[in-house]
Design a protein. Structure first.
Length: 251
């Protein structure tokens, strides 16, 4: 029997979105994993960026047990998560022109690297400019966004474009505009966002594909192990030493 509690409805909605993403984005997930593997095999570095809550999925693939050790966080001060005070400042920074170019200019990212940009709406100046500038520098860009926003909202970038318009590959999270899966007559606003669940799953699927793709080429994937299992720290130390020139979260 179906669980019609709010919790049950949320799980049903999240599972439905995950199934859609699995089925409808399968080819793009494969392509994105191959692009990451191409970058690693060619000696390039991997970076992930997201602002606000979109940064949660980006952070989830950095320094992660079971994840690729070469994935680095491209941090924008004040825009990563909701730790800045007031939290609304982070949202405001996403709309500032020129910030992305300044960040890329001072970051260790370079031509031949790949940057994953996570932005649910893909409409703000920061992710749009980040993608545009990165590609102009010879960096491959994978965008993770909800394509629906490009048809139902107005771009906040001077070009009138969205993140999806400036990527080598676009992963569509299928999240509805407003990012809230539930409504009730007794609750005045939609609630229960699922974007973090879906976007994190999307990115982990890409990471799994990249690891498998590297193995298929005879290249040992640079994976991290949990530091809470016996031998994990020693394993990670070996990986850190081997790829020291491509890992930036330890400096």
């Amino acid at each position: 029997m179906s669980d019609r509690t709010p919790a049950g409805q949320f799980f049903d909605a999240a599972i439905g979105l995950l199934q859609r993403v699995r089925d409808e984005e399968a080819d793009t997930i494969t392509a994105a994993g191959a692009l990451l593997a191409d970058t690693v095999a060619a000696g390039g570095r991997l970076f992930a960026f997201g602002a606000g809550h979109s940064s949660l999925a980006a952070q989830d693939v950095v320094y992660r047990a079971g994840g690729l050790a070469l994935m680095n966080l491209l941090a924008v001060p004040g825009a990563v998560g909701v730790d800045v005070m007031p939290a609304t400042l982070g949202s405001a920074l996403e709309r500032v022109d020129g910030l992305a170019a300044a960040v890329l200019d001072s970051a260790p990212i370079r031509a031949g690297d790949t940057l994953v940009i996570v932005s649910l709406s893909g409409r703000n100046a920061l992710p749009v400019e980040m993608a545009m500038t990165a590609r102009s520098l010879g960096i491959k860009v994978i965008g993770v966004t909800s394509v629906a926003y490009a048809t139902q909202t107005t771009s906040r970038h001077a070009s009138g474009t969205y993140l999806k318009d400036h990527c080598d590959l676009v992963l569509d999270s299928k999240i509805a505009v407003s990012d809230a899966e539930l409504t009730l007559d007794t609750v005045p606003a939609p609630f229960a966002p699922a974007s973090t669940v879906v976007t994190s799953a999307l990115l982990q699927a890409v990471m799994a594909t990249a690891a498998s793709s590297l193995a298929d080429r005879g290249i040992e994937p640079p994976l991290l192990r949990s530091g809470n299992v016996d031998g994990g720290l020693e394993w990670n130390s070996r990986v850190f030493d081997q790829y020291a020139d491509r890992i930036f979260y330890r400096r």
